[in-house]
Design a protein around this ligand. Structure first.
Ligand SMILES: NC(=O)c1ccc[n+]([C@@H]2O[C@H](COP(=O)([O-])OP(=O)(O)OC[C@H]3O[C@@H](n4cnc5c(N)ncnc54)[C@H](OP(=O)(O)O)[C@@H]3O)[C@@H](O)[C@H]2O)c1
Length: 322
């Protein structure tokens, strides 16, 4: 495993972080058992992953709590989240503090490394900053959380409006941002400011459905070419991203997707979500592989650099989630 420093938190974190949400939810989302989910987290820990990203909404905090019983608490970085409805007035702060207490109980720990507000929309940002964050900073002073973070509601905020404000406010030490081969706009709108302000970044949506399900990619390309946002050959080609797979290049589209985001300046940790032990091994290998060849990166930027909001799949339950 390779390790890096998560911005100004100073936390030493693995460059590959296990996402315990997404559609897989460690396998719980596809009908696997809780024991298999615990084993998957332990497999990740054995391979050197030390950052585990979960959330109240995922239903995986107890799995994470169970899995980390075999390691020292200080050897693992736990990031979790609470989703707070908009427009809840002062009750929003109470809800967030109660959410933190519940997460601590489910995780079986007395602190979380990063407590994040989950899927904050541009409209919800002022409440997050002015009402909820101060209450959580009181909890930080009590030692219940080490750092405060915020995650975006990617599908409703493809231009990163919320994060563009958050990166200028001093309370957020960590942000979670969507970035992938066909949604590259964080390169100019978010990463220059997180790097300047030494804010830690957790990357989500590297693969999601668009790069793990060929039919989803084909449908997206058909839609984008119909809107004349992409050249027509991309919708007609049997394997439109096949140019990425060659000797010295990527081994698969999923491999390309993880390697593309991993080496982007400004990306600290790439979260990957899976319920499959073989995928877990393969994804860590991808994230530890060299960057894609320069020519392939340039082609991806030339073809897709102007796109925004592609492949940020429909949420279940809340904006921009799971
Ligand atoms: N707003 C937010 O706060 C927010 C929103 C979204 C995500 N997140 C966080 O980001 C994490 C990462 O997102 P994500 O879970 O969607 O992860 P992802 O890594 O972008 O995509 C995971 C999807 O790809 C599949 N997959 C993974 N590895 C594969 C492989 N080697 N070959 C084929 N298919 C593969 C998985 O299915 P299998 O189970 O079959 O591997 C799953 O369906 C989440 O778990 C969560 O922690 C946060």
């Amino acid at each position: 495993m390779e390790y890096t420093v998560l911005g100004r938190t100073g936390l030493k974190v693995s460059v590959a972080g296990l996402g315990c949400g997404g559609f897989s939810r460690l396998g719980l989302g596809t009908g696997k058992s809780r024991a298999a989910a615990v084993a998957l987290v332990r497999q990740a820990l054995d391979l050197g992953v030390n950052l585990l990203d979960t959330a109240a909404a995922y239903g995986t905090e107890e799995v994470v709590g169970e899995a980390i019983k075999t390691v020292r608490r200080e050897d693992v970085v736990i990031t979790t989240k609470a989703w707070i409805p908009r427009g809840d007035g002062r009750r929003a702060a109470e809800r967030a503090v109660a959410g933190l207490e519940n997460s601590l109980r489910r995780l079986g720990t007395d602190y979380v490394d990063v407590f994040q507000l989950h899927g904050v929309s541009p409209e919800g940002y002022e409440q997050a900053r002015d009402v909820i964050a101060p209450a959580l900073l009181d909890q930080k002073a009590k030692g219940k959380l080490r750092h405060l973070g915020v995650t975006e509601a990617a599908s409703e905020d493809p231009g990163h409006e919320m994060l563009q404000r958050a990166v200028e406010d001093e309370m957020w030490d960590v942000v979670m941002v969507a970035f992938h081969m066909m949604h590259q706009n964080a390169r100019t709108t978010v990463f220059p400011r997180t790097m300047a302000n030494r804010i830690g970044t957790l990357l989500m949506f590297a693969v999601r459905n668009i790069f793990s399900q060929p039919e989803r990619l084909a449908a997206a390309l058909r839609e984008l070419t119909a809107r004349r946002e992409l050249p027509r050959w991309l919708a007609l080609a049997p394997n439109p991203l096949g140019f990425l797979i060659h000797d010295g290049g990527a081994g698969s589209i999923v491999d390309a997707a993880y390697r593309f985001v991993r080496h982007e300046p400004g990306v600290d940790v790439v979260l990957f979500g899976t319920g499959d032990p073989d995928h877990l091994r393969a994804n860590i290998a991808s994230l530890l592989s060299p960057p894609l060849p320069m020519a392939d990166r340039s082609t991806l930027t030339k073809l897709f650099g102007h796109l925004s909001g592609v492949g940020l799949d429909p949420p279940w339950g809340m904006p921009g989630s799971p």
